[in-house]
Write a protein that binds this ligand. Structure first.
Ligand code: CA2
Length: 147
């Protein structure tokens, strides 16, 4: 049995589907979880799917993915734009890292144009709503040889 793909989401994404649907879509985080499980399952893979509003907890889970995961799909949310500590944690990983965003941050405010996470990411998927997560799973599956 291969190791799971870790799918981690950062702050405020627990509110998905409840606020700002014009930016983030109508799917809830449970819908996104189901889509990720289906996308991974179709390739014979499993996911560990978690969300947190706390920077330290997110870093703990990144460290867990370092030893327990085959790849990491990460929507860092606001921490992507602010957290050097998260970048430092990501730089310890030898597994593929796919940065994932529901919206396209490059088409929004200037402060969203930079993410620290991108410095450690293998690649980035942005702008496709909940489908960004599925595309990120597909990319991660390809990187671990399960495409
Ligand atoms: O587009 C994305 O996925 C983001 O990572 C979402 C972050 C934002 O800071 C990034 O620039 C881009 C914000 C997540 C906030 O989540 C909400 C979900 C529903 C309603 C309100 C906020």
């Amino acid at each position: 049995m291969s190791k799971p793909i870790y799918v981690l989401s950062g702050p405020n994404l627990n509110l998905l589907g409840q606020r700002e649907p014009e930016i983030y879509g109508k799917d809830t985080l449970d819908d996104v979880r189901a889509r990720c499980e289906a996308a991974a399952g179709a390739k014979g893979l499993s996911v560990v799917f978690r969300q947190t509003n706390h920077e330290g907890e997110l870093i703990d889970w990144v460290q867990e993915a370092r030893t327990q995961g085959s790849a990491l799909v990460l929507n860092p949310a606001g921490y992507g734009h602010t957290s050097v500590a998260l970048l430092d944690a990501l730089k310890t990983l030898a597994i593929p890292i796919v940065e994932c965003h529901l919206s396209n941050p490059a088409a929004r405010e200037d402060f969203r144009r930079h993410t620290y996470v991108s410095l450690a990411a293998t690649g980035v998927v942005s702008g496709f709503g909940a489908a960004s997560y599925e595309l990120a799973i597909a990319a991660a599956a390809g990187l671990v040889g399960a495409a």
